[in-house]
Design a protein around this ligand. Structure first.
Ligand SMILES: *Cc1c(COP(=O)(O)O)cnc(C)c1O
Length: 390
């Protein structure tokens, strides 16, 4: 049993922050970002009907190597529209990890489907694909080509993979599972813009992917998101239904569905365009910062710094301390010591199956998610923290 001295962890972090207070992930903008926003204002096309949205989408689709990118007003809206685009059947179940941001589950409820929570790996928060396979063998059956949960009798229609902290999920295995059970594979890549699994960027590996450009993400448009897909039908449906399902006409207002208004405004897109062009530079900073954390904490007994899986490149959106399973010190002790010393650190999201709002949701046995919630602390991860390092 190891005991850690929270004060030693604080000292390590103070060294990096040099007396400043930083939140978990802060953006830094450049003159070119300001100039593009001003150009958008001067164009007067500040809504989603703007060339800046078109440029943003095409730069992103080039960067990702994806056929279709539809910019949205948030990552949550992107998740919602991905489920609408895939025509998720009402009342069906969607598999997703319990350790994720609440928006992943909320989007499932928006389309009248049910979140079905699955467990994480022993020592990292991503989906435990091996256990998932065993679990599904046990609870699913295929009847007339439909995948059914034997316990609830409901259809199971999709699985959402979440690349936590930017570390890619084991997608090859997950794809096999999705194929075997005829599930639509969606990637919530909100945290993983620029992360690479084997040869592909996260968000283009499954049938549909989603991104977030919220203020604390690696690229921010203030608020924003995007749906990514190579499927033409999905893309068309998503474009149509996220812009009030208006049939193109010079003056008439004719709408063929009860739809949504969820597109990214031009003024927000303008802020993001140059950040896409600088993304590889930003990721290099993120990787330098992570290396710094790895080195600084390598002699600590009782903890490790989470690192990317093999055959992957993580964008290291958030760095994280993982306490050893037998570490005696609690994350509460460490968190309060860090905060007393002017360092902002935070725990994981509470596992969603433990929230009151999802109390009744179906779930696998949570061997790991609940324990990881007691073992992980995120550290300040803004890319500019790496500027003095390397
Ligand atoms: C940030 C985030 C979202 C939601 O994105 P918003 O732009 O804040 O709506 C969804 N899923 C995950 C995993 C996220 O980290």
């Amino acid at each position: 049993m190891f005991e850690l001295k929270p004060r030693d962890i604080a000292k390590c972090l103070q060294l990096l922050q040099n007396g400043e207070f930083y939140s978990i992930h802060e953006p830094r903008f450049k003159k070119e970002d300001e100039d593009t926003v001003i150009a958008c204002i001067r164009s007067t096309f500040v809504s989603y009907v703007s060339d800046f949205v078109k440029i943003f989408e095409s730069e992103l689709s080039q960067y990702l190597g994806a056929k279709h990118v539809v910019a949205m007003s948030s990552g949550t809206a992107a998740l919602h529209m991905s489920l609408v685009g895939a025509e998720i059947p009402h009342d069906s179940e969607i598999l997703l990890p319990s350790l994720t941001f609440v928006a992943t589950a909320n989007a499932i409820k928006y389309v009248g489907a049910h979140p079905h929570f699955i467990d994480s790996n022993t020592d990292d928060p991503n989906i435990d694909v091996g256990y998932l396979r065993e679990y599904l063998l046990h609870i699913l059956t295929i009847k007339n080509g439909q995948t059914i949960n034997k316990k609830t009798g409901r259809a199971v229609s999709a699985i959402i993979a979440v690349h936590i902290f930017g570390h890619p999920v084991e997608m090859t295995e997950l794809k096999k599972i999705a194929d075997e059970y005829n599930l639509i594979l969606i990637e919530d890549a909100a945290q993983a813009l620029g992360s690479i699994y084997k040869d592909d960027k996260c968000s283009v590996i499954g049938d549909i992917g989603t991104l977030s450009f919220n203020g604390n993400k690696i690229l921010t448009t203030g608020g924003g998101g995007a749906v990514i897909t190579n499927n033409e039908k999905y893309a068309q449906r998503i474009r149509h239904l996220s812009t009030t399902a208006k049939i193109p006409h010079k003056w008439d207002f004719i709408h063929d569905s009860i739809a949504y208004n969820l597109r990214l405004p031009g003024i927000n897109a303008a802020l993001g365009i140059n950040q896409i062009r600088r993304l590889e530079e930003t990721i290099a900073f993120k990787r330098t910062l992570s290396q710094y954390y790895q080195n600084s904490f390598k002699d600590f007994k009782g903890l490790t710094i989470l690192h990317e899986p093999r055959f992957c490149r993580s964008n290291y959106w958030l760095n994280a301390i993982l306490l050893d399973a037998n570490c005696k010190t609690s994350i509460q002790e460490i968190l309060s010591c860090l905060h007393e010393n002017g360092i902002f650190a935070r725990p994981l999201w509470m596992p969603l199956h433990q929230l009151d709002i999802y109390r009744d949701a179906p779930r696998a046995t949570m061997h790991n998610a609940e324990r990881l919630y007691q073992r992980i602390i995120n550290l300040p991860s803004s890319p500019f923290l790496a500027e003095g390092l390397s």
